[in-house]
Design a binder for this molecule. Structure first.
Ligand SMILES: [Zn+2]
Ligand SMILES: [Zn+2]
Length: 358
């Protein structure tokens, strides 16, 4: 007897926790013999995307999209894993007693949700995801499933991100208003920076955009994958006066240190979902907060959860409690997943180059 994906009963008797279970190294799939986004070295890793807390070095074998593998190679060097295998969106691979299939997560270039199917039970580990428009990566795909594992970085009703294009227009309005000042935009190096640049281009801004040294490699990689970001220049070596009226992208940590002295009277901006919280912007001395997030907001999380048709939701990576509560109020089974070791990339920063630019 077969059943469709998305139903509520497990006719085969396969319990979801027999397929995927939290372990010290990360989410473990025993019947498949692999871990998803392991935080410790394992024999076989299946990886959702290139952010450093999800994609670590030292695994025996790594299965991921080509872009994720390339990003790991950029960060860790050629020998970051014993062996690698690239998988495309929509491709299905048999691992042990399960099949895995990758679907776009809309988070950053190459990011994937991983559907793990065993007998008739389908679990989707979505990694980090967003359902909002992002011209630098493939759009989020809704995958019907029995169990949906969701992140909860912005899992509180106060988080409503709005339209990122409008935030970029605020930046351009400020540049027009203060032609004698430099604009310094803090943005996470992998994903956020390239998205902000692309949104600036889409808004018609065609002047050169300057980059902090820690962003050059990954941004060049995006361009090598066919994402046209217009003319980009290293900010290193630029004369202070020549930076008046320009826009520079830098890792968030750089926008609050002595590095900023090379800019004429800089307007400090920060592109992050956390900029919805005004106290956070004030705390960091951000003059121009830009609410641009690579994670789903509250509406995105709840709409996605409902649309998957999953009867059971596992919540991880952020504000689990409120989202678990919401799921239960909708009649869904829900629980927080105890996974440790995942950072908050909206706040922290692990540059691809270790040396900070002087
Ligand atoms: Zn991420
Ligand atoms: Zn993450």
């Amino acid at each position: 007897m077969t059943r469709r994906c998305g139903g509520a009963t497990y006719i085969t008797g396969m319990r979801p926790q027999d397929i995927l279970l939290p372990a010290a190294a990360g989410l473990c799939c025993k019947p498949g013999g692999f871990h998803i986004d392991p935080v410790r070295p394992v024999e076989r890793a299946v990886i959702t995307h290139g952010h450093s807390d999800h994609a670590r070095a030292g695994h025996g074998a790594v299965l991921a999209t080509q872009e994720t593998l390339d990003m790991m190679r950029l960060r860790y060097g050629e020998n970051f894993a014993g062996s690698t295998q690239a998988i495309s969106y929509g491709e299905e691979i048999r691992l042990g007693d399960v099949t895995v299939k990758f679907h776009p997560a809309g988070h950053v270039l190459g990011s994937a949700q991983i559907a793990v199917t065993c007998k008739d039970t389908c679990i989707v580990a979505s990694g980090d995801y967003k359902d909002a428009f992002d011209p630098t990566c493939t759009s989020f795909e809704l995958v019907p499933c029995d169990v949906f594992i969701t992140e909860a970085t912005f899992g509180l009703p106060v988080f409503r991100h709005g339209d990122a294009s409008d935030e970029v227009k605020k930046l351009l309005a400020s540049v027009a208003l203060f032609p004698e000042r430099a604009h310094l935009v803090g943005a996470y190096s992998l994903g956020k920076a390239q998205r902000v640049i692309k949104l600036l281009r889409n808004a018609g801004y065609d002047a050169p955009i300057y980059l902090h040294g820690a962003m050059e490699k990954i941004t060049e990689y995006y361009q090598s994958r066919g994402i046209d970001l217009g003319e980009l220049r290293p900010v290193l070596g630029m004369k202070k006066a020549a930076l008046a009226g320009t826009i520079t992208l830098a890792p968030p940590s750089a926008t609050s240190d002595v590095w900023t002295r090379r800019f004429p009277d800089p307007v400090t901006a920060f592109a992050s979902g956390w900029m919805r919280v005004r106290a956070r912007a004030r705390q960091r001395g951000i003059e121009l907060p830009l609410v641009v997030s690579d994670h789903a907001d509250w509406d995105g999380l709840t709409a996605t959860i409902a649309a998957t048709g999953a009867g059971e939701i596992w919540v991880t990576h952020g504000q689990e409690d409120a989202l678990v509560h919401w799921c239960k109020s909708q009649g869904l089974r829900a629980q927080p997943l105890d996974l440790v070791g995942y950072g908050d990339e909206e706040e922290s920063e692990t540059p691809l180059q270790d040396e900070a630019e002087a």
